[in-house]
Design a protein around this ligand. Structure first.
Ligand SMILES: Cc1ncc(COP(=O)(O)O)c(C=O)c1O
Length: 361
């Protein structure tokens, strides 16, 4: 019997164009942050319909700088979701502020706006929603709360490049943060971006990423080296050119899976939300059943992912910050979610095979 071809959960779309772009940078002699980075920033700002985009070394450093730019620090609280990659909460801790975890909506796995207001205290400075799996949070509801209480919104759009909410791009509702890690819809290997319409915040981010410096070797405040290289930016520029096509392919793949999978709970795309399908996440009733489904698919050479098996407030590293927080929806869904391959490299045969194997269950 032939070995089944392995279907990975993600596969970066890298072509000859990215390779040529990298070689051109190497030949140029300008390897660090330079002209390609500035061009990438300008193109990314246009994509997100914002005034400023600031390229940095990762999504994590983008989150860290966005929080610092808003002068969030010791004594402050930031409301966020427990159903995310740990970097979201770690960035809050890096600043000396405290993450306050609020439970999620069952339908979308995103921060539940109805629970946010009860978590606001005089120390609350910001709301940090995460557009998980590539679907934005309910931004009307969150913006209304932020306005009522004078809070800043920092969107963790690390999984949501090309996502939209009522025709507005993710990353344009407050200060936006993106990741270009290798598995993301747009990759530069490692990399990140901050988006904003606020000139002051943009300037602070630019200075913070480069040792608090505006004029060379004059340092206004404590900063970091969180710069992106032109090698990464050159890859990003090529990726941006094909992002629309890659996202359309993800959307078509997700539509196919939803139309054909009948054995599990398939993900919902809400009316008025432009889902970028970073992950296609089904739900299986219990943790044991979920793990059995994953095992069955593994034996069929289909890779799956659990994003995330332990909610952030239950992580050992977060014990001091999270205290005794009990967040029943996040805790239950952590035992139910399972992401299937949806990436744009899948062909029709692979999609059919995934559906056939999933429906055997
Ligand atoms: C929701 C979320 N936030 C933050 C990050 C951190 O991004 P990075 O890995 O580029 O530091 C990621 C990606 O890994 C993410 O998925």
């Amino acid at each position: 019997m032939n070995a089944k071809p392995y279907i990975p959960i993600s596969r970066p779309s890298i072509s000859e164009a990215e390779k040529a772009a990298v070689l051109a940078v190497l030949d140029s002699g300008f390897l660090a942050q330079g002209p390609r980075t500035a061009e990438f920033e300008a193109c990314f700002a246009r994509l997100c319909e914002v005034e400023h985009a600031i390229a940095v070394s990762s999504g994590t450093t983008a989150l860290h700088l966005a929080l610092l730019a808003h002068e969030i620090g010791p004594g402050d609280e930031v409301i966020t979701t427990p159903f995310t990659f740990i970097a979201t909460a770690n960035a809050i801790l890096f600043t000396g502020a405290r993450p306050v975890f609020v439970d999620i909506e069952e339908e979308t796995c995103n921060l539940d706006p109805q629970l946010v207001e009860a978590a606001i205290t005089p120390r609350t400075k910001a709301i940090l929603p995460v557009h998980l799996y590539g679907q934005t949070c309910d931004m009307d509801a969150l913006q209304a709360i932020a306005q009522r209480h004078g809070l800043v919104i920092i969107e963790d759009a690390c999984q949501a490049v090309m996502a939209s909410y009522r025709d507005r791009p993710a990353g344009s509702f407050g200060t936006g943060v993106f990741s270009f890690y290798a598995t993301k819809n747009l990759t530069t290997g490692e990399g990140g971006m901050i988006t904003t319409n606020d000139t002051h915040i943009a300037e602070r981010c630019r200075m913070l990423r480069s040792h608090g410096m505006k004029r060379r070797y004059y340092h206004e405040f404590l900063g970091y080296n969180f710069r992106m290289t032109d090698i990464q930016a050159a890859i990003g520029l090529v990726q941006l050119e094909k992002l629309e096509e890659l996202t359309a392919q993800r959307r078509a793949n997700a539509a196919y899976l939803t139309a054909h999978i009948h054995s599990l709970i398939t993900p919902q795309c809400r009316e008025g939300y432009g889902h970028a399908w970073h992950q296609y996440t089904v739900r299986v009733n219990g943790r044991r059943d979920r793990d059995e489904v994953a095992q069955h698919l593994k034996e069929a050479a289909i890779d799956t992912g659990v994003y995330y098996p332990v909610p952030v407030h239950r992580q050992r590293s977060m014990a001091e910050a999270a205290g005794e927080a009990v967040l029943p929806v996040a805790e239950r869904l952590a035992g139910q979610v399972l992401s299937l391959p949806v990436h744009p490299q899948l062909n029709a045969e692979e999609l059919e095979y995934i559906v056939a194997e999933v429906n055997k269950l």
